[in-house]
Design a protein around this ligand. Structure first.
Ligand code: ATP
Ligand code: MG
Length: 427
């Protein structure tokens, strides 16, 4: 029989124990910011009817056309693994009649998303995304708030060189006219575009602005700008968003060619990137914008909305390389419980449980038998105190406490040890 080497699928990666601390830190940051801004957590299924994304994310997008994991169930339903959160959250908003709640409804979530992309740095097939969504409010202050929150989360995590790019892509009033102008521009330069973009020219010329091919980027550089063609309402909205960003003193720049890869955006779009000095960019960290037509498109009432989505793995990758040290304080070992001999080992399991009940963090090494190797471990972990539970101690019901800094030892009766250690860690 040939041996098959089992390994993770291309583009799928394990989050190993040593990296959990970064995700934990990220979770703490998004929970804190969301709570402060009055956002409630929602969790939607990983699997939805494919239609949710085909309609929501959009038929013409790369995500739906090329990247979705879709399959038929045994019952014959066409389903997809979520490539992003927004359409599922909108489906849930409609399904649960959340329009009956006081508006706006502010939601956040975080979890795995799936896209069948070409794996590369910061680009996976299963990745963790976070999402902030505000449904039922058309005020430009919401756009400002979403951008501020996205920025806050990264700031919280120690990111310093981040910049925000913003644009407005208009609405059904002004965009069709702009598309015509843009099509005219690209048509006269068709031969200089990549084959994908030559096709996009017919279906959605705006998407050409989002193409990452170098030859298309060159053509793009001279293209007409939508800002010059916004209708009055979109223009006024965008102006107010920028005024909010000024007021908030956020470091933003206008990018007249920013369109984002999704179909549902209207008016404001933005991206947050990290300025990389060493060229090792992870790409966009957070992207978002307003999507005033999506709720209606998925069968709900006319409901304006705005949101943001961020790539947690990319954020974590940068935290790691920059050694934006994750909060390890809680993980730090202060008390180490060492044991020697069968009777002591048995009793120390019970003692350990008593410490847990008293909410006192203690590190143990029950599987080790040698006292010396346990003391070595305690030393490496930087333990302040070691509780030594040996044969004599087990027999006479006391424990030896060693202060690792001074080397001073003392004996404590077994039934007093939890109490005494509690007092010690308080100081
Ligand atoms: P990109 O231009 O990098 O492909 P996108 O426009 O497809 O990004 P969105 O759909 O807006 O991205 O998703 C929001 C965020 O999720 C991105 O800014 C990125 O940080 C993250 N993200 C998207 N796709 C991936 C992926 N395949 N692997 C890891 N993170 C991803
Ligand atoms: Mg993409």
């Amino acid at each position: 029989m040939s041996k098959i080497k089992l390994q993770s699928l291309a583009g799928m990666h394990d989050i190993l124990p040593q990296d959990q601390v970064y995700f934990k830190k990220f979770n703490k940051s998004i929970e804190g910011v969301s709570h402060y801004y009055g956002f409630n957590r929602i969790d939607v299924p990983v699997l939805e009817q494919a239609e949710v994304f085909i309609k929501g994310t959009g038929q013409g997008t790369d995500i739906v056309e090329k990247e979705m994991y879709s399959f038929r169930t045994k019952g014959g339903d066409l389903v997809s693994l979520r490539p992003e959160f927004t359409p599922g959250i909108v489906r849930s908003y409609i399904e649960h009649g959340m329009y009956n709640l006081p508006q706006p409804v502010k939601l956040w979530t975080s979890g795995p998303c799936f896209r069948h992309e070409r794996p590369q740095a910061g680009r996976y097939r299963q990745f963790t995304q976070f999402s902030l969504e505000v449904l039922g409010d058309k005020s430009p202050s919401i756009d400002g708030q979403i951008i501020q929150m996205s920025f806050d989360i990264l700031k919280d995590l120690g990111f310093k060189d981040i910049s925000i790019e913003v644009n407005s892509i208009g609405d059904q009033e002004c965009r069709p006219y702009f598309k015509k102008i843009l099509t005219g521009y690209f048509r006269s330069r068709k031969s200089s575009l990549c084959s994908d973009c030559q096709r996009r020219l017919k279906e959605n010329p705006l998407r050409i602005l989002d193409c990452k091919e170098e030859k298309c980027q060159r053509v793009k550089a001279g293209a007409p700008q939508i800002i010059d063609h916004l209708c009055e309402a979109c223009h006024a909205h965008f102006k107010q968003v920028l005024e909010f960003l000024d007021e908030l003193e956020l470091p933003y720049a206008l990018n007249p060619y920013l369109v984002r890869g999704l179909d549902y955006y209207t008016k404001t779009v933005f991206e947050i990137v990290e300025k990389s000095e060493n060229g090792q960019s992870q790409g966009t960290l957070v992207g978002g914008g307003r999507y005033d037509n999506l709720v209606k498109l998925l069968g709900g009432r006319d409901t304006p909305a705005c949101g943001a989505a961020g790539g947690v793995d990319r954020i974590v990758n940068i935290m790691k390389t920059r050694e934006l040290k994750a909060d390890k304080k809680q993980e730090k070992t202060e008390i180490f419980l060492a044991q020697l001999g069968q009777s002591a080992k048995r009793k120390s399991l019970k003692l350990f449980e008593q410490f847990r009940a008293a909410k006192i963090p203690v590190t143990e090494s029950f599987s080790k038998d040698s006292l010396r190797s346990q003391l070595n471990t305690a030393n490496k972990m930087g333990a302040k105190w070691v509780l030594i539970f040996g044969q004599k101690e087990a027999l006479e019901n006391f424990i030896t406490l060693r202060d690792m800094e001074t080397g001073v030892q003392k004996e404590i009766p077994l039934d007093k040890v939890v109490e005494e250690m509690k007092a010690k860690i308080k100081n």
